[in-house]
Design a protein. Structure first.
Ligand code: ZN
Length: 563
């Protein structure tokens, strides 16, 4: 294998792939025995993995430089052709599902995999191709609107990301000004964002209607592979968060208010955990990577091997640059069994959060690839995948001195607080989206009111002093998942509570907890949600008392610490 920068990209030959699909479907329909059928399908997936690898390379490179016209054109090529390709692929899926050797497929790849194929059958439909293409264009327009936003702040041209650093400034007037500049940026494009979101909502509803779902909510649940629970379970989960977690967060923010010596904790104070400033990682990107390598070698044999591989093939793009896509993510190159980590380091502790979080995803995929029989089974559904990443953030606490020196304890406290206090917000984003798709005709003003209502009940501590825009419910606009990844957010809340359970166990028996984590990573996507949880000794959160059991040890630990 080569370093990432040396991987040669070439546009996949669509005609060749279409021929491969037709040929595979034909072989599957006429296979004389299970062995032939399985071999044909495995061969097909190996060849299509090469296509997916080229897609991932183009996607990663287009995000590394959003102004690069070559990869922008390549991404347009994929966006225009993928919907038709997935419809064509239905002939292969159909041949598997109706195969006389279906049982052999189930035995080999698991029944959850077959269930996913059935979903893919329902979701890929010629009828919605125009909407899918339109959706991709609108999503790109949204990303451009947000990427184009910048403001001059204290003599520096700042985008949303660059402002984050100032938003934690120990000087209250500076962080207030940074938060105000940040919200002003969103307000200045809010009409455009409202229009883009309304169009996306209408499009998504139209797709659901064409496919025969009662609403987009049911379609989204199927897209996310949520087979083991329903919107009603999730609504009950949010109510439990309101009942159990919201009061703990309110108490933690009250402790923070006293620590900061302020009369009221305004929204621009929430990010500053310690009056003298939040801990920041020391060193250059290269030094942080060296520290991470040392840490992963110490954590376990498996993580050491994994991180050495990532470094050897330079499977990272970490520093922030003009023109780079916002945020952080982990991608995967199936043909090479190689993950890739993307981030926008900005000199705050979030750099370490992203590094450990995305490394959790990367490690899980790197590990699963060795155990699952098919590259489709490397990832599970998101409520499981996010356990991999969020648990890794917590399991690396013992080595935080490598990044933060004597501020390590403060970092871990602030990080754990944030893990807990963000849960009501995650539920807010989820509740908002349910409301939007229950009432897709809502006006922008009604949507803001709906957001504010959820926010006030889940996050009663939130005080938007001085910002009419946010006071009236404008805060939802800053969440890119709402625009780009509908209904992907509650997954983080479900996963965080499972990560808490594993972390609680880790604090008493590191080895045993590590083995449970490893079992979860190895399972990949081979099992259903509840079954995967079970494989790591985790209780589904919809059982009575499960949320309390997961959260109370952590809440106690934090309230007692009050650093
Ligand atoms: Zn993640």
């Amino acid at each position: 294998m080569q370093k990432f920068s040396a991987i040669e990209y070439h546009r996949p030959d669509l005609a060749q792939i279409h021929a491969l699909i037709d040929q595979t479907a034909q072989i599957l329909r006429t296979a004389p025995d299970a062995e032939h059928a399985l071999a044909a399908f495995t061969d097909y997936r190996t060849q299509s993995a090469a296509f997916e690898t080229m897609y991932s390379v183009a996607h990663i490179r287009s995000t590394m430089d959003t102004t690069d016209p070559f990869y922008e054109a390549e991404m347009n090529f994929f966006h225009e052709n993928l919907p038709a390709l997935s419809v064509r692929e239905k002939t292969v899926t159909q041949a598997v599902l109706t195969s006389p050797f279906r049982d052999a497929f189930a035995q080999h790849f698991g029944t959850p995999w077959l269930r996913r194929l059935e979903s893919a059958q329902r979701l890929a439909d010629e009828a919605i191709i125009p909407e899918q293409i339109e959706q991709a264009k609108l999503e790109q327009a949204y990303a451009k609107t947000v990427a184009g936003c910048s403001v001059s702040f204290r003599g520096e041209t700042c985008n949303f990301y660059a402002l984050l650093r100032h938003m934690q400034n120990p000087d209250r007037s500076i962080r207030r000004a940074a938060f105000t500049a940040w919200s002003e940026l969103y307000r200045s494009v809010s009409d455009t964002l409202d229009e883009q979101y309304s169009a996306l909502v209408q499009l998504r509803c139209r797709m659901a209607q064409k496919l025969g779902y009662p609403s987009y909510i049911e379609m989204a649940y199927e897209m996310h592979g949520r087979y083991d629970y329903s919107p009603a379970n999730i609504a009950a989960f949010r109510d439990e968060v309101r009942r159990v977690i919201t009061p703990v967060c309110t108490e933690l923010f009250e402790q923070q208010r006293r620590r900061l010596h302020v009369d009221r904790l305004h929204w621009y104070d929430e990010a500053l955990v310690f009056p003298q400033g939040n801990p920041v990682p020391r060193g250059t990107v290269a030094q942080l990577l060296d520290a991470a390598q040392k840490m992963y070698r110490a954590l376990s044999v498996q993580t050491g091997e994994f991180f050495d591989f990532m470094k050897q093939y330079e499977l990272f793009d970490l520093p922030s640059r003009p023109g780079k896509h916002m945020g952080g993510y982990c991608s995967y190159l199936p043909s090479l069994n190689a993950p890739f980590i993307f981030s926008n380091f900005n000199g705050t502790s979030a750099d370490v959060d992203v590094l450990t979080h995305e490394a959790g995803h990367a490690f899980a995929s790197f590990t699963a690839a060795k155990f699952v029989p098919l590259s489709d089974l490397i990832w599970s559904t998101n409520e499981i995948n996010e356990i991999h990443s969020m648990t890794m953030e917590l399991f690396t606490y013992p080595w935080m001195d490598l990044f933060f020196g004597e501020q390590a304890e403060q970092y871990c406290y602030a990080h754990l607080c944030q893990c807990l206090c963000v849960i009501p917000y995650l539920c807010c984003v989820d509740e908002f989206q349910h409301k939007v798709f229950e009432n897709p005709a809502m006006t922008p003003a009604q949507r803001r009111a709906a957001w504010r209502q959820s926010e006030q009940s889940l996050m009663p501590w939130r005080d938007y002093e001085g910002s009419d825009f946010l006071q009236s419910g404008g805060f939802w606009m800053q969440k890119q998942h709402i625009f780009l990844y509908p209904f992907y957010y509650i997954d983080y809340a479900l996963a965080q509570l499972c990560a808490f359970s594993l972390f609680d166990a880790y604090q008493t028996d590191r080895q045993a907890a590590w083995q449970r984590y490893l079992a979860l990573c190895r399972a990949g996507g081979t099992m259903g949600y509840f079954q995967t949880l079970q494989s790591a000794g985790l209780t589904p959160l919809f059982q009575p008392g499960a949320i309390e059991a997961a959260v109370i040890p952590i809440a106690r630990q934090l309230l007692r610490a009050n650093l």
